[in-house]
Design a protein around this ligand. Structure first.
Ligand SMILES: [Zn+2]
Length: 459
């Protein structure tokens, strides 16, 4: 049976699995039940399971077959705090204050799993040689899972890896993702009565504020692709005391890993300067970091050819109505602006994509970051996005959390699984694509040696 037929024939099982993960809605590094249910399906299908990868109980791999080539599928399943949502076209939490799949990772994990199982079946049927590996990658939202797995050597030995992400459109994700560091800066001062004895106090909050001022002046003197954002995670307590402890939380991004390293050093220097000015101490904790992505043209072209071969999802009247209703309060001018960026191929009133966007030149920026990038330094990687949510229903929104728990998301997931399975079959049967993909990786990597960014204290 062809892979797309297998997936269509198992649509019920896959959507049930995805809805189950959607209902579990477990946050990063707590995805015990989500990981377990995917592991079980793969184990029952005859895959060898390796658990606790990279020291994470919710990370695993599942392998089947033998010898070369070795093709990986990357799956995720972590949810987001505060985004619990019923699968309805208005804001209504499933669990008040609970987590929700506002990034559609319930679909992501199951879609990649569907591709893996369909390819296994096809390889059995045709007697094809090779190994397929599904990677259960937790904690993408906190930029942790694949980075720790990469550090543990989990992706070594792969000839290529494929993945996808639920999106508003159908396309090959041929765009730069930024390298990033995330870090917390905790200042320690001396508390005192703010009115009676201010001279005895040393303010940690002053240090946080001065650091932010310093960093805001730094912005003028960094390359234009650098992005710096922060929040104050501890601003002290009552105003009538000098705050002994205050903390800021920074994300620093850039097009290249090397820029992040250099700007991060300057931010650290500013933190020390702020500590010196206020006679406080600063404790710096680098929480996570990812690399920029290496695009892989041969794999992107392969995925594009598969995307246009597999029929895209078509949407029912009810689904179109759901999309319209869920965006009822979205500013109409902004909606029109987004619609016009679709080159007019969405009919008036339609908010769900049925086309495959042309393979871009890789110059459109996403301005986001992903830990898939780290895998792209180890093995050739490519990714697609499929329409699982209405246009303008952005990642991390309640609208997306709703649509990925109902038929719009299901259809996008099944399409993604069909595309990835077909691409996987071509990689297994056409060694020439893999050779070109491997050469492209070598060329893109140049003489830079990848090293994963591990959490650490910085002095
Ligand atoms: Zn995501």
């Amino acid at each position: 049976m062809k892979t797309d037929e297998w997936i269509a024939g198992h649509a019920k099982m896959l959507t049930h699995l995805s809805d189950t993960v959607w209902q579990y809605a477990e946050q990063a590094l707590q995805e015990e039940r989500s990981a377990a249910i995917l592991r079980q399906v793969l184990q029952e299908a005859g895959f060898d399971i390796e658990e606790d990868l990279g020291g994470m109980s919710t990370a695993f791999s599942a392998s089947w077959g033998s010898g070369k080539p070795v093709i990986g599928f990357l799956g995720e399943y972590d949810a987001l705090a505060g985004l619990s949502q019923k699968p309805v076209a208005h804001r209504e939490a499933l669990v008040t204050g609970g987590c929700g799949h506002g990034c559609g990772h319930n679909l992501l994990g199951v879609g990649a799993l569907g591709a893996t199982l369909a390819l296994q079946q096809r390889m059995q049927e045709l007697g094809l040689h090779g190994t397929i590996k599904f990677f259960g990658c937790p904690a993408e939202e906190i930029m942790t899972g694949k980075i720790r797995m990469a550090a543990a050597g989990c992706f070594d030995g792969l000839d290529a890896a494929l993945t996808w992400h639920p999106w508003q459109t159908n396309f090959v994700v041929n765009q730069p993702f930024l390298a990033m560091n995330t870090a917390k800066f905790t200042f320690h001062g001396v508390s005192a009565h703010a009115s009676a004895n201010p001279e005895l106090g040393r303010s940690a909050l002053d240090a946080v504020e001065l650091m932010n001022v310093g960093v805001n002046y730094l912005r003028e003197h960094v390359p234009t692709d650098v992005r710096i954002h922060y929040s104050i995670t501890n601003g002290g307590g009552e105003p009538n005391l000098v705050h002994a402890r205050a903390q800021s939380y920074y994300y620093i991004r850039a097009l290249r890993r090397q820029s992040v390293d250099s700007v991060f050093k300057r931010v650290v220097a500013i933190a020390h300067g702020a500590a010196q000015m206020t006679e406080t101490q600063v404790e710096i904790e680098l929480l996570s970091g990812c690399w920029h992505i290496l695009p892989n043209k041969p794999l992107n072209e392969l995925l594009y050819s598969c995307m246009i071969k597999v029929p895209t999802p078509q949407w029912s009247k009810d689904e179109q109505e759901f999309a319209r209703e869920s965006l009822r309060e979205f500013p109409p001018e902004k909606l029109e602006e987004i619609r016009s960026s679709y080159d007019g191929y969405l009919a008036p009133g339609e908010l769900l994509d049925t086309h495959v966007q042309p393979l871009g030149d890789g110059k459109n920026m996403s301005w986001g970051s992903t830990d898939v990038s780290d895998v792209s330094w180890i093995t050739p990687v490519a990714m697609i996005g499929t329409c699982c949510t209405p246009m303008a229903a952005m990642c991390h929104s309640w609208q997306m959390a709703a649509s990925v728990g109902m038929s719009i998301g299901h259809k996008g997931m099944l399409y993604a699984a069909q595309v990835l399975a077909l691409a996987g079959e071509r990689l297994i049967t056409d060694g020439e694509v893999l050779t070109r993909a491997g050469k492209e990786l070598e060329c893109q990597r140049g003489n830079i040696i990848y090293q994963s960014i591990t959490p650490k204290h910085i002095s």
